[in-house]
Design a protein. Sequence first.
Lengths: 466, 199
Amino acid sequence: MAKTMFEKVWELHEVAPESADTPAVLFIDLHLTHEVTSPQAFTLLREKGLPVRRRDLTFATMDHSTPTTTDQVFGGVPIKLASARGQVEQFARNCADFEVELLGLQDQKRGIVHIIGPEMGLTQPGKTIVCGDSHTSTHGAFGALAFGIGSTEVGHVFATQCLLQRKAKTMAVNVEGALAPGVSAKDVVLAIINHIGVSGGTGHVLEYRGSTIRAMSMEERMTVCNMSIEAGARAGMMAPDETTFAYLQGRERAPQGAAWDAAVAAWRALATDEGARFDREVHIDATQIRPMVTYGTHPGMSMAIGDTVPVHAGDSVYAASLAYMGLQPGQAITDVPVNVVFVGSCTNGRLSDLEEVASVLRGRKVAAGVHMLIVPGSQQVKREAEARGLHEVFAAAGAEWRESGCSMCLGMNGDTVAKGQYCVSTSNRNFEGRQGVGSRTLLASPLTAAASAVTGRVTDPRSLLA
Amino acid sequence: MDPIRILRSRTVVMATTNIDTDQIIPARFLTTTTKEGLGAQLFADWRYDASGAPKPDFILNTPAAQGCQVLVAGRNIGCGSSREHAPWALVDFGFRAVISTEIADIFRNNSLKNGLLPVIVDGATHEWLLANPGAEVTLDLETRELGLPDGRKVTFPVEAFARFCLLNGTDEMGYLLGQGEAIAAYEALHGKQPAGATA
């Protein structure tokens, strides 16, 4: 019988199938963990006297509450935010006590968990990958079944390398056509979320398909899969292909030699079979997508930059959202003055994102009064960017260049946006207060973020592209 | 985890749609390393003013909300971040059930593991609950029925194993540890290679 990729990966990992009374016991190939959602799980292990069952399949980094200023990371200056310092220190102790491999604060490979997994070659097609973080969906770009879990489940995976799961429904997201110049993967996923809705993917694993996806680089594919959760879907997958294999080959933790050839042969068989049925299908015409920006307080409230803020008379929740954002129905989003621009996060903190930003900033200046913060997704991204001289482009434009981490995406480490300020952000969530109490987030692509930094207004990047 | 069999409570209504977990508990409180005491920070940015004083008009600060165990929320509560701190904060505040037409996947899973019953109801029932804050309702997990004040009963779905765990106040860890032999057999079959690479 023809199967979807999700069904194939699922069946490969069934320790015990589901029944009416019990969920399936699903084996987990890679458990990524970080400082924020693991402490209570380590406590559970201690209380029950249990070890981490598969240390070889468990990998730790610190990213959420870590500082991004060089003095606090490498300069011997203690982490200024006391609660963050305590959490980072306890995480290092927990990993040492339970013998979990950790990229510590000063490790040259440290970075955001969803950046370093692919970068090191830990993320591979056909794997089940979990992490106590909803953006684990990122890793689905490789044809892995990857999803976020809570801290109790982090404890389950620590102790048993398994999770109890009910099989999700499947949704094919067919994206067809070539993207117009200046339109990027971020615009594509914002358009998809706008189409499906912020809860449209609930209960489903998405599979992104079609010519637009096939033409994307791995970095672009990761941007799309990253935001699957913003459509309510725990996971989003893409079939592995030559682009996937070329990205992975030679990476530190990817299979090597004969094992590589065997792995690629197995990975090729993962794609959804011809004729396999999805529970739901949607179609997106990528040729119609323009640079997008969010105007409201969830990622589904998005629009093309050239359009005006939609009018929904009589909807009090909508009105409250616009009031929080300080926007009026019917106004042009290009009127909005920009106070802060944030480039980074697991959505858009990779080298190609930084190159796009540099392509706009080269020979230009960040507008007066705009604070632009550029935070690489990992220390490796930072080194690669600096080897290409991007940091000099950023500095010449007047942007700030930091050490890696989640930073201003959620402001846990103190990198925050002030109350009432507008931040054009390449991150993934524009919820109220997400970037700091009272912060107003406008999600956009790296190109749009850079263009908006230069003009000081929300700007369609095509107006600045030669 | 305390078992749940029957809950009888007045409701608190928060009709806002898409209440995300960043609202339920903002990220700056996630540097905690325990589960305890998060009820004080529940809905912090809606509940307190800039000086930290409770806003008198916010529902959870009103006398009517005190002692309520059932939160009726607008469509799609719990979207966004996977932080289990969200159900920890709700339970610490005193809630034992959340009712909506849609509840986000990860939040629903996390809730079930912490004695917070996620209850999905049809649109008409939801409309009635939103329009009647403070209604005295009954949630019977044994029969999977929501009882309304006029005697109507509405059935709600609960995954069978999660229901078993909630009724008995047990957690899933014991069951998973009991699968040790099956897990070892799986591992022996797949060796150290992740399963996807040996297909």
